[in-house]
Structures are given as structure tokens and as C-alpha cells.
Design a protein around this ligand. Sequence first.
Ligand code: ZN
Ligand code: ZN
Length: 363
Amino acid sequence: LRLRSAIEEAGLDGFLVTGADPVRYLTGFAWGQHGYLAVTGERAVLVVRPTEHQEAREEVGAGVEVVLAQEASAAERAAAEALKGSDRVGFDPGTLTVRAWELLRGKVSADTELLPHGELLAELRAVKEPGELESTRRAAGIYDRALTEVVPELTAGVTELEITARLEYACRLAGAEGFWFPSIVASGPRSALPHGLGTTRRVRPGEPLVIDMGPIFAGCPSDATRTVFIQPPEPAIREVYEVVLEAQQAALEVVREGVPCSEVDRAARRVIDAAGYGEHFNHPVGHGVGGPPVVGPDVKRPLAAGMVITVEPGIYLPGRGGVRIEDTVVVTSAGCEVLHSFPKTLTVAGNNRIDDRHPVPDN
Ligand code: ZN
Ligand code: ZN
């Protein structure tokens, strides 16, 4: 386990891994919600409930022991048992519940300290292995395929929830095992909410429709946004669209190994500020996908080759509408590899076609 050297570097002699994502990443076992993975210098013990026992035994990699906890309260006892002999045990306060922490406190030996180390697990995943990059490419391709299938068919009067359902269905058929976050399908004034989930609102002609989804393939998430239209938008929204697209391209051009995250953010922000929309771009330009870093204005950390990040500027006009354009990209020594191919030029879905080569005229 790569985790062991990170544990040592942090001055710990054990780690209690919780949460489905990290457990899967470290063991290959896909159902980790209820499980504990206790890692010490000598042992790696995965504690599971009866419903997952068979699967865990089949799926976990070599070097991990699977221990069965018959009832819920036995899980903490088994985890504490596995950590015996470790004095300084780290845990992730983001995924270990207070309830579990209390139970563990009562079960670990008196000289075992439980120490919160929130970044340790996430940092392991900042730079991806080639296999993870391949799965991330597949995940990104699922988003593109779903939009290619669904967007041309969209018409006014369809609800945001129905669009969400059609897109998620298409993603599943294309191999998505799940979604990294609840799918965002926000139309009209709701598109000004950066994280507007689908509702029963019906989409109207000409208004922005923000589609932000994170299909997962083989445990590796992607994250992309396109803003599309059913019938051409009014000129003011069209202008906003062009500014966001220019900002996204400016930021993508800056991404390269060694460049501080803040510079990527600044490249996009400069374009949006110059167009007079600075106050309506109120989030970092991007973030790591399945790991650090945040790509924000105050983050001096340099990008590393093999990091997977998003580049996603947006402009949100309260009460009127918003536009966001987002790609998942892989940082390389020469720049970046953009994993999405769905068109970013203004897409109008009204006539059952995606019109990217013949942009609609200003009216
Ligand atoms: Zn997104
Ligand atoms: Zn994102």
C-alpha cells in the first residue's frame, strides 16, 4: 500500500481509513461505506459487514485481510483490535462520523491516540497512475456521449428533472457506474445558481441550460459542464457565453506542470473582469478531480504532471441566468490534455441538431 510511506512521513504508525472512495482506492473493494480499513506497519485489515463479506473476499488485493463483523457494534471492536500496538493512529475527520469516533475511543487501547489527518488520503490521489487516467478518460467520454445523444432531442417544455433522467440513463447505458455528485441541470434563472439541481421547472426557448455531471468509470470520476440552448439566446446572454468561453480557453492555455494554481484562475478571471462581469464569477476556476488541489486565486501550489483538474469559469447573473463551461483535463509537462470533446461553441438544440459549425446570427 502506498499509504504506508505517507503514514510514516506524517509521524504516524497506523491509519484508520473510512469512506467508500478511499477504501476502494486502496483495496479495490467497491462497497466501503460501512467498512473500516485499519492499516499499520505490519497489517492491513478490512472490516466488513455480512452483506459485503463474500464480495470483499473476492475483490480485495493481496496483502489485505478481510475480517467479518457480525453486528454493527463489532466493527469498531475489530478495527481497534487490528490497530493494537499502534500509538499514533491517523483518521480522516471528513469521513469518520462522531458516533464511530466515540465508539472507537472506547475500544482502542489506552495508549493509542486517534489523530485527525484530513489531507493524507486525498494527497495520495493528487497525481494519478496511468490506469486511473485511462479510466478518467472513459468517464469523460461517457459525459460527451450522453450529451451527444440527448441534447439534440431536447425541446422547450421538458422539465429539468426529465432532462436529468435522460442524461443519467444515457450515462448508465454508456457504462457509468455512478455519479460523483448529484447531476446539475439548471435552466433559465436557475442557471444562475452554480449548483442548481434539477426541478420540475420546464425549459423555455432561448434560456441557458447548464448541464454539469460527473459520471464515474471504474472508480474514477470526471466532471464537465456545457451550457446549451433551446432556440438561440438573447444577445446579452450570448455575450456572457462568449466571455465565459474565452475565459475558459485562456485558462486552459495556462495549465502546465509547474504553473501555480492561482495563475490558471487568474487567466480566466482576467478575461471576465475585463468584460465587466468580475463580481458574477464567484468561485475558484477549478478543482482536482478525485483529489487535490483547489485551483483558486490564493492557491500558490504548482500543478504536477498527472494531476486531473477541472477548468470551469462561469458568470451568474442573479434572477436572469448563468453560463458555465467546464472540462476535466490532465496536467502534462507540455500543457494539458482536455478529456472532453462535446462542442463548446454555442449549441442550440431546437431543431434536433447540434449547430456548432454554423453559429446562429445575432438578432
Ligand atoms: Zn462540474
Ligand atoms: Zn467541477
